[in-house]
Design a protein around this ligand. Structure first.
Ligand SMILES: NC(=O)c1ccc[n+]([C@@H]2O[C@H](COP(=O)([O-])OP(=O)(O)OC[C@H]3O[C@@H](n4cnc5c(N)ncnc54)[C@H](OP(=O)(O)O)[C@@H]3O)[C@@H](O)[C@H]2O)c1
Length: 222
C-alpha cells in the first residue's frame, strides 16, 4: 500500500482511523481530503506521511485528482450537524460518485463507516439495535436517512467491481478499548456500544485482511 485516501479524518472516529493507518502502513502516504483542516489534531496534521487536500464532497474534479495513484480508500464520513438536510443525502450521493471515479482510476478497495440504519439480510431482531435505530429515526432522521441511503448505494450497481466493506457502528464512545467483536445485529455477538478506537483498529485491519469484502458487519466492544 503506497497511498491511501481518507475521508472523514476530521471526525473523532477519523482520528484513530488515520493513526492506525499511519501505524500499519508506515511506508504509505495518507491523503486526507477535508473541508475543515483546523479540526485535525497536531500529531496528524504535522505527520510527514500526511498529504492534506481541501475539498467539498460535491467537487468531483478535486476528488478525482485526490484519487490519483491511490491504492485504497478509508472513510469515517457521516452526518452529524443539526443542519444536515433531511430530504437530501449528500454523503450517499458523494459515495455514488466516488465509486464511479474509483472504477475509472482502477482503485478497487474501500472500507467505510456505516450504521445499522443500513439493513443487511443477515440482520436479526435484537431489542438493543431496534431501540437504537428507532431512536435515531425519531431524534435525528437526517442521520437515519443518510446512512440508509449509503447502504443502498453500496448494495447497488454503483459498487459493481469495487471491493467494499461497510463497518457498521452502534453508539460510539471515547473509551480506550481497541478490542472488538464482529458479527450481525441479533447474532448474540455484536453489541450496542463501540469505542472510536476499536472502529479505527478494525477498519484498518480489515483493509488488509479482506475478511468482509462486500459485507456490512456490525462491530462492538466485547
Ligand atoms: N455518536 C454516536 O453514538 C454515533 C453512533 C453511530 C454513528 N454515528 C455517526 O458516525 C459518524 C462519525 O461520528 P463521529 O462522532 O466520530 O464524527 P463526526 O463529528 O460526526 O464527524 C463526521 C465527519 O463527516 C464529515 N462530514 C459530515 N458531513 C459532511 C459534508 N456534508 N461534507 C463534508 N464532510 C462532511 C465531517 O467533516 P467536518 O469535520 O468538516 O464537519 C466529519 O469529518 C457520524 O456520522 C455520526 O453521526 C454516531
Amino acid at each position: 500500500m503506497q497511498r491511501i485516501l481518507v475521508f472523514g479524518s476530521t471526525a473523532p472516529s477519523g482520528f484513530p482511523l488515520v493513526r492506525n493507518a499511519l501505524q500499519d502502513y508506515p511506508e504509505a502516504k495518507l491523503v486526507l481530503c477535508v473541508r475543515s483542516p483546523q479540526k485535525l489534531p497536531a500529531d496528524i496534521a504535522s505527520h510527514p506521511s500526511i498529504v492534506l487536500t481541501e475539498g467539498q464532497l460535491d467537487d468531483t474534479t478535486a476528488i478525482d485528482r485526490a484519487l490519483n495513484g491511490v491504492d485504497a480508500v478509508l472513510s469515517a464520513l457521516g452526518p452529524s450537524s443539526p443542519k444536515h438536510p433531511k430530504d437530501k443525502t449528500p454523503i450517499a450521493d458523494f459515495y455514488a460518485a466516488l465509486l464511479g471515479l474509483m472504477r475509472k482510476r482502477g482503485v478497487k478497495r474501500i472500507v467505510l463507516l456505516g450504521t445499522a440504519s443500513a439493513r443487511d439480510p443477515r440482520d436479526r431482531f435484537a431489542i438493543g439495535f431496534k431501540a437504537m435505530t428507532a431512536s435515531v429515526y425519531t431524534l435525528y432522521y437526517p442521520g437515519f436517512n443518510e446512512f440508509r441511503a449509503i447502504g443502498q448505494v453500496f448494495r447497488s450497481e454503483a459498487a459493481k467491481g469495487i471491493e467494499w466493506t461497510m463497518v457498521r457502528v452502534p453508539f460510539l464512545t471515547d473509551g480506550e478499548s481497541e478490542t472488538y467483536v464482529v458479527g450481525y445485529p441479533g447474532d448474540g455477538k455484536a453489541g450496542t456500544r463501540v469505542s472510536r478506537k476499536a472502529f479505527g483498529k478494525f477498519a484498518v485491519r480489515e483493509l488488509k485482511k479482506r475478511e468482509w469484502v462486500g459485507e456490512m458487519p456490525a462491530i462492538s466492544n466485547p
